[in-house]
Design a protein around this ligand. Structure first.
Ligand code: BES
Ligand code: ZN
Length: 456
């Protein structure tokens, strides 16, 4: 769906803002693939230069992985200190053939900028930077002390950012963290998220014979690892869509009536939106829960990838030596990633038939997050959203994860305000990712409003 942006928005947007947005988007800063490592670092350097050019102190901090960009204004005693966090890394653009235009060559169509990272997270973090730039140009100073921490590893679990926070804990002392990397429930509806799901990943490999075998000579006499893995993966859910791993729900905090009621009253038809956006023939999920409850408040087990055997053209009569699958679990309060990996491992061990061996490798993980939207900072954020969008904000939880947010609490001792600007059809992580200039502009206004409200 594309909606024309109003003339006011187009005229209000400075040409230089748009040009800088394009420059930022042209870096293929894909964190997961080593082939892009140099581009990731170039993107970090570009950010440092941009931040310096608007009058902030800015540095690049190398890590064992991709660098962290850290900037600050001149801090003044007695002022509130806000840490604005975002990420400059992006997801891989694949599959390339599904893009209408090249992913790292941004184009503007009907008011929407199309490029990998347009929404997640370059558009949103740049809106903060430009908001700060405009305030500094107008007032010569900001109403608060700020730290900007912009990392290059969010899309791969923020593995090195925790150390950065611990090592710089005193220097990063702040009152509140501010993140625009979540969604809005609909166009024009300001949204504050007070919760995120966590995530934990594993890879499973099932091996039978030590080499691929002729299926005529050996078929029927040895286990087929692909069949075995398919059967094992099929045990993950029961017929009602519940995860069938023993103990999986033991620590799940049930959704409370007030929250279910509040989500029912949100001004969206979530099912219709979801059907439209996914173009799936029907919505399916855990029985007994609505679509938003399934996404925001319930845990899941997902198979993200599966492989093994011959996948080339034509037929090959072969029994593969092994088969593998990549899984992630979305976690909700009070589940813990390590527990879930242990429970899943035990589950697969229980369902492992004779004739094969199994290897499980845990991957990255990030905890869930839940905060009080009615805390004094939460209320300040709501006032800012109202000011920037001229509408009452919706309060929601999110299904996605931002792994570092729980460490802002555990290491820095601060809560996080999640004021995201992604629309349901922004296609984050998908081909044709896009961000409306309308939201880019709103993000600039929001940055100004929220810093003012926090200072007040
Ligand atoms: N911006 C997203 C997180 C997000 C997505 C929040 C949708 C709310 C709604 C973030 O960049 C992201 O994709 N995070 C990953 C983290 C993972 C790789 C550890 C995610 O959720 O898959
Ligand atoms: Zn993302």
């Amino acid at each position: 769906m594309t909606i024309a942006v109003t003339h006011t928005t187009l005229h209000a947007m400075r040409a230089s803002h748009l040009e800088e947005y394009y420059q930022f988007l042209r870096f293929p800063s894909v964190s997961t693939d080593e082939a892009y490592a140099e581009k990731v670092t170039e993107c970090a350097h570009w950010l440092v230069e941009k931040l310096k050019s608007i009058g902030l102190e800015a540095e690049l901090h190398p890590t064992p992985g991709h660098p962290v960009v850290w900037a600050r204004n001149k801090h003044q005693a007695g002022r509130k200190t806000v840490m604005i966090y975002g990420h400059y890394d992006v997801q891989p653009p694949d599959p390339l053939e599904l893009w209408d235009s090249p992913p790292f060559d941004p184009v503007l169509k009907d008011g929407y900028v199309f490029a990998r990272g347009a929404t997640d997270n370059k558009g949103q973090i740049l809106a903060h930077i430009l908001g700060i730039q405009e305030t500094l140009e107008k007032d010569g100073e900001l109403p608060v002390n700020v730290h900007l921490v912009i990392e290059g590893e969010e899309e791969i679990g923020s593995g090195n950012l925790g150390n950065f926070l611990s090592q710089n804990r005193d220097a990063l002392k702040c009152d509140i963290a501010l993140v625009s990397d979540t969604g809005m429930i609909a166009r024009g509806v300001p949204t504050m998220s007070y919760g995120l799901r966590g995530v934990t990943a594993l890879e499973i490999k099932v091996t039978g014979a030590q080499m691929d075998l002729h299926s005529g000579i050996f078929g029927g006499a040895v286990a087929n690892p692909i069949t075995v893995l398919a059967r094992m993966l099929a045990t993950l859910h029961d017929a009602n869509g519940h995860v069938a791993i023993e103990g999986f729900y033991d620590k799940v905090r049930p959704l409370e009536d007030w929250e279910r009621e509040a989500w029912r009253k949100l001004p969206i038809d979530a099912d219709a939106e979801m059907l439209k956006e996914t173009r799936a023939p029907e919505l399916v999920g855990e029985k007994g829960y609505s679509t938003v409850e399934r996404i925001w408040g319930r845990p899941t087990a997902e198979i993200n990838g599966i492989g093994g055997g011959y996948q080339g053209m034509g037929t090959k009569t072969v029994i593969a030596s092994h088969a593998m699958a990549k899984l992630t679990f979305r976690l909700v309060p009070d589940q813990e990633g390590d527990d879930i990996i242990k429970l899943a491992t035990r589950h697969f061990e229980k369902h492992l038939p004779p004739g094969v061996t199994m290897e499980i490798t845990p991957g990255h993980s990030g905890p869930w997050y839940l905060t009080d939207p009615h805390s004094p900072f939460g209320e300040a954020a709501q006032r800012a959203l109202r000011k920037a969008f001229e509408k009452d904000p919706a309060l929601i939880r999110e299904g996605g994860s931002i792994p570092i947010v729980s460490q802002f609490r555990s290491i820095l001792g601060v809560e996080t305000l999640l004021l995201g600007l992604a629309l349901p059809d922004c296609r984050a992580h998908s081909p044709n990712e896009n961000f409306p200039l309308e939201n880019f502009d709103a993000g600039i206004r929001l940055n100004k409003a929220v810093l003012q409200e926090i200072a007040a």
